[in-house]
Structure formats: C-alpha cells, structure tokens
Design a protein around this ligand. Structure first.
Ligand SMILES: [Zn+2]
Length: 221
C-alpha cells in the first residue's frame, strides 16, 4: 500500500517523489496566446459600467486588464490536456492501492464564476501502469483550471485514470467550499461539499471501498 500526502512527510513506500517532481514543474503562466485578453478586458469594463461604476476612475483603470490576466490563469486548463500527464507511466507489478491525499486545488464554479477550493484525494489500484505521484496532482491542476462543477471534476479525474492507465479501480474524493454558497445565496460559510467517484473494484468491492475511505479520513478526524 502506498500513501502520500502533500501536507505530511510520511512516505513509507512511495513510488516517485511528489515534492521533487513538482519542483521542476512548468510555471503557472497562462498561455496568453490562446486567450483573448482584450476581449475579457472589454467585458469587465462593460460589467463595471453596468453595475453603475465608472471604469475610468483611478482605482478601476487597471482592473479590466488585471481581471483578464486572472481569468487567463484560472482557465488555463482549457488549453492543456490532462491526459499527457498520465501518458508517462512506468510498468510495475504493483497491485496494491496507491493513494495521494490532500491535493489542494482552486477552481471556478461555472454557474456563478466564483471560486471553489478544497482538496482532492485520489486512490487507485494499478493494472501494470503506475504514474509518478505528482502526475496525479498535475491532472487535478488541469481539470480544476476551467469552468467547473465539483461533481463533473470528480468524474473526470476518475475517468482519466481508467482511460489512460486502465486501472483496476479508482476512487476520487473531493472536498471543497464554494464561494457561491458562502458569500452569497444561502450564505453557509462552513459548509463543505463532498463528492466521490468509485470505479472498478472500489465500486464492486465494499472492503476496498472502506479501506480507501479509512485511508483518506482515518487519521484526520
Ligand atoms: Zn456556484
């Protein structure tokens, strides 16, 4: 069994190094050439006018350009392919569970264009193909940096592992707080939304499912 966590240093039998691989990772500069920044700027200016603001007052003059760059960053996953991160696997006859816990992420709710953020936990049982642990974090990065809903994001991650690694089972659990619930609407600041996708043996085998849930939650609460 392999577990890893971004927030702990206990790594008994880990495969690959999460921290090491993230160090050499490409930066998060948005692919500007694929984003129509001037168009976003115009739209933000329109919103400012529409709410009754003066987009030319000093404090707001740079805002449309700043927001455009921010959206380019938040949505950079639209121009990235999560699959490529799973295509550098190595062949390993390891058929116990691999779990990466506490992969933090920030995403943007597509219903309100407000951020939601939290942690993703990904467990899988390989079927000959094993990826470096940081690759799972990369997949979360790509999938979260697009207009999203948490339920779909959870499914997408699980399906990517099935399609690219042909895993025997995959369990994805995501916990997140949604600004659209905490700062507006029902205003429930402490609510956490939990979604899960269980496939393969995690769906069919109750003890595998409870094992992964225990590993995710066992020593935290
Ligand atoms: Zn929302």
């Amino acid at each position: 069994m392999t577990t890893a966590s971004e927030s702990t240093t206990s790594k008994d039998h880990e495969i690959g190094s999460l921290d090491g691989e993230l160090d050499g990772a490409p930066d998060s500069t948005p692919p500007k050439e694929k984003m129509d920044l001037p168009r976003i700027e115009r739209a933000i200016k329109e919103i400012l006018i529409a709410v009754g603001e003066d987009p030319n007052r000093e404090g707001l003059r740079e805002t449309p350009a700043r927001v455009a760059r921010m959206y380019a960053e938040m949505f950079r996953g639209l121009h990235d392919d999560a699959r490529v991160h799973l295509q550098k696997f190595f062949t390993e006859q390891y058929d116990e569970m691999v779990l990466v816990r506490d992969i933090s992420f920030n995403s943007m709710c597509e219903h309100h264009m407000l951020p939601f953020s939290g942690k993703a936990h990904i467990g899988y049982v390989p079927n000959g193909k094993v990826v470096g642990l940081s690759k799972l974090a990369r997949v979360v990065e790509v999938v979260s940096h697009q207009p999203q809903v948490q339920e779909r994001m959870t499914e997408q991650i699980a399906n990517l592992l099935i399609e690219e690694l042909d895993v025997k089972g995959v369990a994805v659990v995501i916990e997140a707080t949604h600004s659209c619930m905490t700062i507006r609407g029902v205003r429930k600041p402490s609510s956490v939304c939990v979604t899960s996708a269980m496939k393969g043996i995690f769906r069919s085998n109750l003890s595998s499912r409870s094992e992964v849930m225990t590993l995710i939650y066992g020593n935290q609460r």
